[in-house]
Design a protein. Structure first.
Length: 323
């Protein structure tokens, strides 16, 4: 599946994924009022509003981008109607020829992990019929439970030609509370001739250890030059991004944090390889809420979808300027 993503990135000259992360406050008043006129002030109205919001934006940008990334939490907050909107959004984006990265951050162990993997990437058998729960092509996963939690996802990737992106170094300010912690080398720690300073220098931050595991998990799951096991590395930490790019030569990197979270085009260069491949950059609010920004205020709320299209064009030009 990762080779299909790369092909679309090259065709559209856009290493961009748009995050479809709708909140009620993002939805234009007219769209929300129309949904409430049909479903009153209910969760069904919320689900319908975010679906119509998504659909209008996708209709304007699908020809410019290779992929979208719906964040499932934004849909789960509306209960079952929200999940229905998520499913409709995923299916519609695939009809438009887009690759869908489900931002679900799932993980567990044993049958629970296998159920998550089958539900979002694989399939289940009902009698003699094979069916899919959701229809994403790729998803994000949390590595905290180790190989027990990741292996079921990798198995499905190999069987069904899907991909995952493992959280390695996330873009949020408090990510360092755990991810940056240096873990000491056990063999070095047992030696009496090693000083405390040498011991600390021999250690590795947790995110580097996760990166090494990403290489291990993806070693027998290659799809061309890149593995079906990719990584999430935030745009807000470019120095770490540069180090992780070298540590994971065969992992495609999903880069959140551009735009609204402070990441800039200049900070993105270390995530890419010399040929301009190796990374895909996410923007969520910067695209779907473009009409609320001063830079695109001339479009007005009525033409929110046109504002999103212009924001994608501007983002594409900005990122391509670094190559």
């Amino acid at each position: 599946m990762i080779s299909q993503l790369i092909k679309k990135i090259q065709e559209k000259k856009a290493p961009i994924v748009v995050g479809l992360d709708p909140m009620i406050s993002y939805v234009p008043k007219a769209v929300m009022e129309d949904a409430m006129a049909r479903y009153e002030e209910t969760l069904d109205a919320a689900g319908e509003a975010i679906w119509q919001f998504n659909k209008a934006i996708v209709d304007k940008i699908f020809d410019l981008i290779p992929a979208v990334k719906p964040q499932i939490a934004m849909y789960e907050q509306f209960g079952v109607p929200g999940i229905i909107a998520y499913d409709k959004t995923v299916r519609y984006c695939k009809q438009k020829g887009l690759i869908v990265i489900g931002d679900v951050k799932r993980n567990d162990i044993g049958t629970s992990s296998a159920a998550y993997a089958n539900g979002h990437l694989g399939s289940i058998m009902i009698g003699r019929t094979e069916l899919r729960g959701f229809h994403e092509d790729m998803i994000t996963v949390n590595p905290y439970l180790g190989t027990d939690g990741i292996k079921p996802f990798v198995d499905v990737c190999k069987e069904k030609d899907r991909s995952i992106f493992v959280l390695v170094k996330t873009s949020n300010p408090s990510s360092g509370e755990f991810q940056d912690r240096v873990l000491l080398d056990e063999e070095q720690a047992d030696r009496e001739d090693v000083s405390a300073e040498e011991l600390i220098r021999s250690g590795k931050p947790l995110y580097e250890l996760v990166a090494e595991k990403v290489n291990e998990w993806g070693a027998d799951c290659m799809d061309g030059d890149y593995s079906e096991v990719g990584a999430v590395v935030g745009a807000t930490y470019p120095a770490m991004g540069a180090a992780l790019r070298k540590l994971m030569p065969h992992a495609y990197i999903l880069v959140p944090g551009y735009g609204a979270q402070g990441g800039t085009a200049a900070s993105l260069r270390p995530y890419f390889n010399k040929d301009g491949l190796g990374a895909i950059v996410n923007s969520s609010r910067g695209i779907i809420c473009a009409y609320q920004q001063n830079a695109y205020k001339e479009f007005g709320e009525e033409h929110f979808d046109e504002a999103s299209r212009q924001a994608v064009l501007d983002m594409r030009d900005d990122i391509n300027s670094i190559f």
